[in-house]
Write a protein that binds this ligand. Structure first.
Ligand SMILES: Cc1ncc(COP(=O)(O)O)c(C=O)c1O
Length: 398
């Protein structure tokens, strides 16, 4: 198969925020006009519906193959947030009168999971939120103790978007099934960064998002195991076998299918490449900048993510200064950037507010190069030195 051409940072900027979103592959961009010309409604029986319908069918098959599941277990949604809302709220609506009314999640989930649980809790569900330690991991003994014949659903993310920590989802899923509970994982950040095989994982539900995998925004996938119950939260047409109404986003679905078909061939090469660059970047930073800690290192974590705590700087000022220098990174979840509040994930890991405000997330992607990493470190050293000297001058002037 022809190697995919990657979309590079053609505006001379260094993009290191791939956990927020990824640039579409060049081969996705190249096919946009073709896909856009297939503008018919996939539900139409006449000629205009045939091409988009075929695209969706092919994308569904490619995504199912990539995930290791049956195509009918793939439900298209609008994104990761919708998939998460769908499972948690839908599950509660189906089961709220049963004896099983307990739910288990963690304190470091994405807001779409966290707020869905807040919602069902306000409606009467009993929700347990597992704490994490300083490395971002949960205590398995506490988890095992919480599981009981009353547990309805466990929802644990596969990998954390801010620190990259990977949770032992396979083991947690086995334990949940032993008490008869269902298991959902938000695998939005894991897809394409760790080998994922749903058939081996045996989860009942899993969430994914196209834009985190070099495809176009606007499509999510909800994996629902054959026979699994799902309440449709959107009333309307019979799309997705009446499980999720609404005319499909064919363009974005086609792009996700395209990348899914390429993934098995390139995933290990890309992940080794990202991990090598990430480890090299961390070593350079620790060597060249004093008083830096890596948050969530030393445990199983994504190969592309680095969470840094840099003493003597403010994360937001650092981010803005790096942006001026042409580098895009993040201080935490993309949805909360711009907000002065420190990251709830870092606070849940036991960092103080002051520490969390000194944090920086760097997330590499498939097109990141050694030259970009070297240049980024150079800029980081320069900006941190400058900000620390301002900080010290301010302190002296107080
Ligand atoms: C772990 C995780 N879950 C869910 C989402 C939400 O996905 P979307 O932006 O597609 O709604 C994100 C996005 O950052 C995420 O990182």
């Amino acid at each position: 198969m022809k190697k995919p051409s990657l979309s590079l940072n053609d505006r001379g900027r260094i993009y290191l925020d791939h956990n927020a979103t990824t640039p579409p592959l060049q081969s996705v961009v190249d096919q946009l006009v073709t896909w856009a010309h297939e503008w018919g409604n996939p539900s139409s029986i006449h000629w205009s519906g045939r091409a988009p319908k075929t695209r969706i069918r092919d994308a569904r098959s490619a995504i199912a193959k990539m995930l290791g599941c049956h195509p009918l277990e793939v439900i298209f949604t609008s994104g990761g947030s919708e998939s998460n809302n769908y499972v948690i709220k839908g599950f509660y609506e189906l089961h709220n009168t049963s004896e099983r009314n307990e739910y288990i999640t963690t304190e470091v989930e994405h807001p779409s999971v966290k707020k869905s649980f807040d919602d069902i809790e306000a409606r009467g569900a009993r929700v347990y939120r597992l704490k994490v330690d300083r490395s971002g991991q949960i205590d398995m003994a506490t988890y095992s103790k919480l599981l009981s014949s009353k547990t309805a659903l466990v929802s644990i993310m596969y990998a954390n978007n801010e620190t990259g920590s990977v949770f032992p989802v396979a083991e947690m899923c086995v334990q949940a099934h032993r008490v008869g509970a269902k298991f959902h994982t938000d695998a939005v950040q894991a897809l394409g960064k760790v080998p994922l095989d749903i058939s081996k994982l045996e989860v009942d539900y899993a969430s994914f998002a196209a834009h985190k995998l070099y495809s176009l925004r606007g499509t999510g996938v909800l994996f629902c195991k054959k026979g699994g119950q799902l309440k449709s939260l959107i009333s309307g047409g019979a799309q997705e076998r009446a499980r999720r109404a609404g005319t499909e986003n064919t363009l974005s679905i086609a792009s996700f299918g395209h990348v899914a078909a390429l993934l098995p061939e390139i995933i290990s090469e890309k992940n080794i490449q990202m991990k090598t660059l990430r480890d090299n970047m961390e070593a350079q930073i620790l060597n060249k900048i004093s008083d830096v800690q890596l948050t969530g290192s030393g445990v199983d974590r994504l190969p592309n993510t680095s969470s840094l705590l840099i003493e003597g700087i403010d994360g937001e000022s650092l981010l803005m200064n790096l942006d001026i220098e042409g580098v895009s990174v993040s201080t935490g979840a993309a949805c909360s950037s711009g907000s002065p509040e420190p990251s709830p994930v870092l606070l849940a890991m036991g960092l103080s507010r002051a520490e969390a405000q000194k944090s920086l997330r760097v997330s590499l992607g498939w097109s990141t190069t050694q030259a970009e990493i070297d240049h980024f470190v150079e800029i980081l050293v320069k900006v941190v030195t400058r900000l620390r000297s301002f900080h010290n001058t301010e302190k002296l002037n107080v």
